[in-house]
Design a protein around this ligand. Structure first.
Ligand SMILES: [Zn+2]
Ligand SMILES: [Zn+2]
Length: 112
């Protein structure tokens, strides 16, 4: 049986480490809560992440998330990190944005 492999709707590459937008945004929020951000910053990051998740989930997918097992992965982790980065960049300062880059460059790839 041939397994259907969905391509990322962002960069059209095969999704190798499938994590759904929902689980990924949870990772981002967990990360953001450790960063001493103001409630306002946290709130607007959460709001914009939710929009991102909703948009991503509009596209049907048959790729299963390695964390929650639901079939809604249609964005690769690179594209999602990129989009989340822009949200963090818009809502915080340089220090936090740099930390996001460092943390998500290393941490997220080793996620199981
Ligand atoms: Zn992609
Ligand atoms: Zn998931």
């Amino acid at each position: 049986m041939v397994e259907v492999i969905d391509l990322c709707t962002g960069c059209v590459q095969v999704i190798t480490n499938p994590i759904c937008p929902h689980c990924f945004s949870n990772q981002v929020m967990t990360w953001a809560r450790d960063k001493n951000l103001s409630k306002q910053e946290i709130d607007s990051i959460r709001k914009q992440l939710r929009t991102l998740v909703n948009e991503a989930e509009e596209t049907p997918s048959s790729t299963r998330c390695i964390i929650c097992g639901s079939k809604r992965v249609n964005l690769c982790i690179y594209c999602f990190t990129n989009k989340a980065f822009r949200i963090v960049e818009k809502n915080t300062n340089n220090t936090v944005t740099n930390e996001f880059n460092e943390d998500f460059d290393t941490k997220i790839w080793t996620l199981r």
